[in-house]
Design a protein around this ligand. Sequence first.
Ligand SMILES: Cc1ncc(COP(=O)(O)O)c(C=O)c1O
Length: 388
Amino acid sequence: MTYELASSSWGDEEIHAIRRVVASGRFTMGEEVRRYERAFAEKLGVRHALMLSSGSAANLVGVAALFYRTKNPLERGDEVIVPAISWATTYSPLQQYGLRLIFLDIDLGTLNMDVSRLEEALTSRTRMVVGVSILGNPAELDVLRDFCDRHGLILFEDNCESMGARLNGRYTGTFGDLGTFSSFFSHQIATIEGGMLVTEDTELYHLALSMRAHGWTRDLPADSPLFERRADDFFEAYRFILPGYNARPLELSGAVGIEQLSKLDRMIAVRRTNADHFKDLFADDPRFMIPRENGESSWFSFPIVLSPDASVDRTQVMAEMRSANIEFRIVTGGCFPRHDVIRHFDYEILGDLANANIVHDRGFFVGNHPRDIRGELDHLRVVLDRAA
Ligand SMILES: Cc1ncc(COP(=O)(O)O)c(C=O)c1O
């Protein structure tokens, strides 16, 4: 038996949806994507949902939009408070738009930003906080929201790993001024590639609509305040108002998204049942640190950090897992400032990132799936006992 990191969550419905698109002959973004966006907005209870080609594209277009809003746009040199552990493309758009990153350590219990040092990170240049809920576990988004409101900051939520998670009954991804999602393979839902941007702010939504497709006006409603439509059809069809991208999703991904979204609750319920078993197996073993749930996690995967107090060697653990066909990987992207790419960033580190470094050096995760994997988890437990 191989205990895989990820597996397909598709059934006949997704294949059928793809056949429907193929039969239609329309592969580029169209009505299926719009239907998926409407279903997504309704499911999350948000005003606007915009599908993009990936979660990374959603982060990029979201950051870009903040530079072109009329009131208090972001400016180059502004500071953004970020957690030390996230994915590379949480950070890349911030670098590309000339922002200065202030890295905060993470809480070893949740793997999310340690919010106790937020005030210390604040300067007169601080304009935004990026909240990331790691591997399905809600970050302290209520604390981040309150902090941002008190200081007039933007809260950008990268929720690419945590679709369907909730904090105080509210979906993660909806606490921010903007929230982003990924539906890449292995995520809570999978649309081949795909991302989503959600917001209550209609101006940001219009900016993102334009920047998703070349910076043109074509996808904007006729009454959009971003531009005044002229009578001249010849230039109006190709009218560029913003420095945009092409980050459009495929129609196939939209069609699959509709089916996957309708299964989200069921799939998360199964993931949570697996998680209950994972917690039962590992909760009381001081050698293995497993996440403390904040709110209701959508359990992307099962991270384990080998306790710094125990003498368990990760190399030994990894060798045992390899020979037992258990797949594993680093926690998200590890401690980001440890990667070579950091030399291209303008940044500062608050403190020493001791916890993020522990996760980098002593952490890993194994997969969760929307099917019963209690047998795989039992196998993992036996193998880890052997290695430790
Ligand atoms: C926190 C986070 N942000 C952004 C992304 C990027 O999403 P995508 O792979 O859809 O580009 C990921 C990828 O999983 C992620 O984990």
